[in-house]
Design a protein around this ligand. Structure first.
Ligand code: TPP
Length: 815
């Protein structure tokens, strides 16, 4: 028989010990007995003590031996001492906070932390550890569970400010807007016992679980860029996850996948699973296919520390390791804090109908501070009485608060910007001098000596130089780089990310060039001068939701940067619908938080089928209200140029949704002369430039405008004027009126769209048009209603498009 060496015994426990560890305070998740651990002898006894206690570590899947060794050393060392006096103090505070709320606000949702109260000393330990290692700021993303507790005991908000929210002291300030208390963001300062200060930013979030993950990471990256360039020491992101949400939501997986990518990495995120082994009424067996909710994190080569939350000392040790590991290896790390949930999902929910046995057991459990005090042979009752009295006093004070307390403070870099309603006085000059365009033309094609540019790309670059010298009309791709380059040279950083954005889906951008001999990448606009503001362009992972969330987060903390996210085709943007609905379009209304994020969404009916045609303009228009965003579809290169520059240069920070061209990218009709760049600005409406005494106006947006113009020419039509609606929202009422007034002869206005009647801009526009065009007749031409945006047949599309154009000039229908 082969006898196992001590090393082999240890190896078995390092690999499988976590399965046999004592992790669930209620014992539902029974420790397993893997056959590999059926070992006897002194080595096995010792290894069991290290690996099967109240911390179970999963780390043997990490390929890097040094990292495995790092974890093993800590698991195998004597447990480090914990300041139990301090831990007890925090447990009493956090536990009584929930109890006082429970007795005062019976039947009000608060999402108690009881059952995982250890989270508070865990977070405190993480803050202390991070501060000692150089963190100046921390960004927290978390959901409802324990949020109010965290706001008071970690972020440092006063209990009365949080209680005032329960009193709903100032309902008028919320009419038609605002958000519930457990979604609000908060900022604060945390002082460590060593006197170091850490600024805390708790990110505002919607109910949609895990949606805040990428937003928090994007914010952390922006803060790092501000504070420590490409360094990651200064800002630590911390994400708290519910167990059911972490296991179930794809957002968590998408966000984890960004951890080590050049364009998105933040030097490691610390994750804590606030694991109460229940999701609303559902048991873990119904919400996760694996033993641990944290298994989704095993896609990364990172350690996962499972900890029994009823052992706060162990939890605090794991917390310290997590932060040290992040700082040592610039890696994500997970602490899976396993406890229970004392009440129902919220406090108005009775859990005994679905988990009657479990909740009988839970009801008999003492608060954690009591059991902890007993374990440490301390009498906590006198201190608890004091803290209870303090909380009761805070409750009284809260009843006298009349105005909603502000829980967050915007950083000073927002002072220069504003949101609110659109004001024409915000407009700026966006034209650029001809010499600057010429210089940019040279800079955007400049490569290091010896760099071999692909012959096809070389041809394009040569054309770009000619365009910028006024020898050839300028196309969209060139116009875009001119906008970015000119902004960077006047001090504005630019950050663009999306699937295949470096080259551009339609081979139009080539912002980054690839050496044909070495495949080295080179981005001319990032190397125009040294130093210069950042010009960053990244090919993103194949995600819509997390990447858009990240860029939104980035825009939240870097308003000076023009931040753009590009969808491969606009059709795919609905994969990020939660970010669009919950953050981008509603963030200002709910939380008073601004963003100047740009979404580039290729749109247009070109016969490529149901999923390469429509960026779903109708949905954005439905979400538009109170000037919450801008929705544009520029039809020419110069319009695109001015629109991008306007977005960066105005003080107004509003999300900008842009429907961008595909086939029109290189179409002569969409090109612009050099002069259109050196003068003028973005026009919300382009009136007709040819019709003399028209009797009718065709109004349209995007590519169909060019097709209508071509059709008019073909027909030799002189009766019809064609207006391009370049900005759909805020609706340019005055500009459109002015354009219409030019023509006294016009009797009818026809809205033409290539989308079906239940899509496109029609439903949004018609009521507005009718009001505006009175007394003229308002008609429309569109495809008939359809459940899917476009036909799958290329020929079918051509047929429809022909019919559409013909109808526009002959038989528009009244609507
Ligand atoms: C994306 C999403 N789907 C559904 C819900 C509704 N919902 C709110 S809380 C909850 C259960 C969450 O369980 P878990 O993640 O374990 O967190 P816990 O509340 O137990 O802390 C559900 C399904 C939601 N908020 N977000």
């Amino acid at each position: 028989m082969i006898t196992l060496t001590d090393e082999a015994v240890l190896d078995a426990f390092r690999r499988w010990g976590y399965l046999a560890a004592d992790l669930d305070p209620l014992g539902y998740m029974k420790p397993l007995a893997p056959p590999e651990l059926a070992l006897e002898g002194e080595a096995a006894v010792q290894a069991r003590r290290c690996y099967c206690g109240t911390i179970g570590a999963e780390f043997m899947h990490i390929p890097d031996a040094e990292r495995r060794q790092w974890v093993a050393e800590r698991m195998e060392a004597e447990p480090a001492p914990v300041d139990s006096v301090r831990v007890l103090e925090r447990l009493i505070h956090a536990g009584l906070f929930e109890q006082v709320l429970q007795s005062r606000y019976i039947g009000t949702k608060r999402f108690s932390l009881e059952g995982i109260i250890a989270l508070i000393p865990v977070m405190e330990e993480m803050l202390d550890g991070a501060a000692a290692l150089g963190a100046e700021q921390m960004v927290f993303g978390m959901s409802h569970r324990g949020r109010l507790n965290v706001m008071v005991h970690i972020v440092g908000k006063s209990p009365e400010d949080v209680f005032a929210r329960f009193e709903d002291v100032d309902p008028r300030s919320f009419l038609g807007g605002g958000d519930v208390k457990y979604h609000l963001g908060a900022t604060g300062n945390y002082l460590t016992p060593q006197g170091e200060n850490v600024e805390i930013h708790l990110v505002s979030n919607p109910s949609h679980l895990e949606a805040v993950d990428p937003v928090a990471i994007g914010r952390a990256r922006a803060k790092q860029a501000r504070l420590c360039g490409r360094g990651t020491t200064c800002v630590l992101p911390l994400l708290l996850h519910g167990d059911a949400a972490f296991a179930g939501q794809g957002m968590a997986a998408e966000t984890l996948n960004m951890a080590n990518l050049d364009g998105y990495e933040v030097g490691g995120t610390v994750h804590v699973v606030v694991n109460n082994l229940i999701g609303f009424t559902a048991n873990p067996a119904d919400t996760s296919s694996s033993r641990f909710a944290s298994d989704v994190a095993k896609r990364l080569p990172i350690p996962i520390f499972h900890v029994n939350a009823e052992d706060p000392d162990a939890a605090v040790r794991a917390a310290r390791w997590a932060v040290e590991y992040r700082y040592r290896f610039h890696s994500d790390v997970v602490v899976d804090l396993i406890g229970y949930r004392r009440h129902g999902h919220s406090e108005i929910d009775d859990p005994t109908t679905t988990q009657p046995v479990r909740y009988r057991r839970i009801a008999a459990l003492p608060p954690l501070w009591e059991s902890y005090a007993r374990r440490h042979q301390t009498d906590a009752a006198p201190r608890a009485a004091e803290i209870r009295a303090e909380l009761e006093a805070a409750l009284k004070r809260a009843r006298n608060i009349r105005k909603n307390p502000r829980l967050h403070q915007l950083p000073a870099y927002w002072n220069a910007y504003q949101g609110g309603p659109y004001d024409p006085a915000l407009e700026v000059e966006t034209a650029v001098r001809a010499e600057e365009i010429r210089t940019l033309g040279e800079l955007m094609v400049r490569v290091p000596s010896g760099f071999s540019v692909h012959p096809k790309v070389k041809k394009l670059l040569d054309q770009r130089v000619q365009m910028t010298q006024g020898r050839h009309a300028i196309d969209f791709g060139t116009a875009e780089l001119l906008a970015y380059g000119s902004l960077v040279r006047q001090g504005t950083p630019v950050r663009l990310s999306g699937q295949d954005s470096r080259r551009g889906t339609f081979n139009q951008r080539h912002a980054t060039l690839i050496d044909t001999e070495t495949e080295d990448a080179y981005t001319p606009l990032a190397n125009m001068a040294f130093p210069q503001p950042a010009f960053e362009v990244y090919d993103s992972p194949l995600s819509e939701a997390a990447v858009l969330g990240f860029e939104y987060g980035y825009s939240r903390d870097y308003p000076e940067t023009l931040v753009l996210w590009e969808a491969q085709f606009g059709d795919f943007a609905n994969g990020a619908q939660v970010l669009i609905d919950q953050f981008i379009t509603a963030g200002e209304d709910k939380w008073g938080l601004l963003s100047g994020l740009v979404m580039l969404l290729p749109h247009g009916y070109e016969g490529q089928g149901p999923e390469h045609s429509s960026a779903r303009m109708e949905r954005f228009l439905q979400l538009a209200a109170r000037d919450n965003m801008q929705i544009c579809q520029p039809t020419t290169a110069a319009q695109y140029f001015h629109m991008l520059r306007r977005q960066a240069m105005r003080r107004w920070r509003k999300p900008l949704v842009v429907f961008t061209p595909k086939g029109m990218l290189r179409h002569p009709a969409a090109m612009s002369s050099l002069q259109e760049f050196t003068s003028g600005r973005f026009l919300t409406v382009i009136p007709d430039r040819e019709a003399v005494d028209p009797t009718r106006v065709l109004l349209a947006t995007g590519k169909i405008v060019h097709e209508l113009r071509a059709e008019r020419k073909k027909r030799g039509d002189t009766e019809t004027a064609i207006f391009a609606l370049e900005q759909l929202y805020p609706f340019p009422e005055q500009e459109l009126l002015a354009a219409l007034r030019q023509y006294k002869t016009v009797r009818e206005v026809v809205w033409v769209q290539e989308e079906p009647a239940n899509m496109g801009a029609m439903l949004f526009l018609l009521p507005r048009l009718r009001r505006l065009a009175r007394p003229r007749t308002v008609l429309s031409v569109k495809l008939s209603e359809s459940p899917s945006p476009a036909t799958g047949s290329g020929k079918g599309h051509e047929f429809q498009q022909k019919a559409l154009l013909s109808l526009a000039f002959t038989r528009a229908k009244a609507v």
